[in-house]
Design a protein around this ligand. Structure first.
Ligand code: SAM
Ligand code: SF4
Length: 318
């Protein structure tokens, strides 16, 4: 999860004005060059019933046009702001739902438009179902140096309840594919407080994750977000959150991960020394960042804005 700022989709409109007017007098004043970029890739191979992020079912007839729109938007941002990127974060949705050639086009476009000589961290969120050795090698070649892998659980029964497209063995295989491609900074996302999840099961999830030795672990408590199938099922009484039990699981998470050498640097985020996310820490500490792509937020010069890509969703017009 890149940052909660880019979380909920409920305010997203299909097409709308860009967040910042390009009129010179209306461009928010940055306090220096923009050092942090967030790029939202909204496509997912399958829609998970608990997810409230802005996303759309993967439609291969739209993705190439979407990548072009992102680069057009980047052009506009480059014209409006001085950008000297220290971190870039591609979140979603599922950035790896794009094909290898689309990722090459998109990331290549960032290389062409930006000076990346001071880039420290380039993260891409990935789903285990859309990782391949070819894609991983391309990402490495294009200077992506951090992957956030959405595993969620190592239990196939829970993965089915979560509506995930992958199973546990695919997730493990994807992790090794990324390691074999040379990634030395991998985050694994896991979730607790899931329907029918026992304390023992969550302990086993933590232990299995630790065995793989990722540099970073994000352990999220399942939230019943409005406008999701899980929220509806909760309001019908079919799913029953248990905050007391969740609090116990959270305490267990902190003690198990800390004993394994992971330092908690934010409520849900744990890292080996030196591997906390530079991008997330910058956003959380109020540094200026630009959001590119539908539903992405930007914070520049004390002004927080929501970004939409004009026209890309207007499918009939193209
Ligand atoms: C927006 S997702 C993007 C990553 C990727 N699409 C995936 O799902 O694996 C980022 C992370 O947010 C977390 N997440 C999504 N919905 C959540 C919810 N309702 N409650 C808690 N965590 C959630 C999941 O752990 C997920 O990996
Ligand atoms: S794959 Fe990730 S972004 Fe897509 S619907 Fe599932 S949780 Fe949401």
């Amino acid at each position: 999860m890149s940052n909660s700022a880019n979380h909920n989709s409920s305010v997203v409109v299909a097409a709308g004005p860009a967040a910042f007017s390009r009129n010179a007098g209306d461009t928010p004043a940055a306090t220096g060059p923009i050092r942090h970029l967030y790029v939202h890739i909204p496509f997912c191979a399958r829609i998970c019933p608990y997810c409230a992020f802005y996303k759309d079912l993967l439609d291969r007839s739209q993705t190439a046009r979407f990548c072009e729109a992102i680069l057009r938007d980047l052009d506009k941002q480059c014209a409006a702001f001085a950008i000297s990127a220290k971190t870039i974060y591609f979140g979603g949705g599922t950035p790896t739902a794009l094909t290898t050639s689309q990722l090459e086009f998109l990331l290549g476009g960032f290389h062409q438009r930006l000076d990346l000589s001071t880039l420290e961290e380039w993260t891409i969120e990935a789903n285990p179902g859309s990782v391949s050795a070819r894609k991983a090698a391309l990402l490495r070649k294009l200077k992506v140096n951090r992957i956030s892998l959405g595993v969620q659980s190592w239990d196939d029964r829970l993965l089915t309840i979560l509506g995930r497209e992958h199973n546990a063995s695919q997730a493990e295989k994807s992790f090794h594919t990324l390691r074999d491609a040379g990634f030395r900074n991998i985050n694994i996302d896991i979730m607790f407080g899931l329907p029918d999840q026992s304390t023992e099961q969550w302990k086993a999830t933590l232990e299995k994750t630790i065995t793989l030795q990722p540099e970073h672990i994000s352990a999220y408590c399942l939230t019943y977000e409005e406008d999701t199938e899980f929220f509806l099922r909760q309001s019908r009484g079919e799913l029953k959150p248990n905050p007391d039990c969740d609090a116990g699981l959270f305490e267990m998470t902190m003690s198990i991960l800390e004993a394994a050498g992971y330092q908690q640097y934010e409520i849900s985020n744990y890292a080996r020394p030196g591997f906390s996310s530079v991008h997330n820490r910058a956003c959380w500490s109020g540094k200026d960042y630009l959001g590119i792509g539908p539903s992405a937020f930007s914070t520049v010069g004390m002004r927080r804005s929501f970004q939409a890509i004009t026209n890309w969703l207007d499918r009939k017009s193209h």
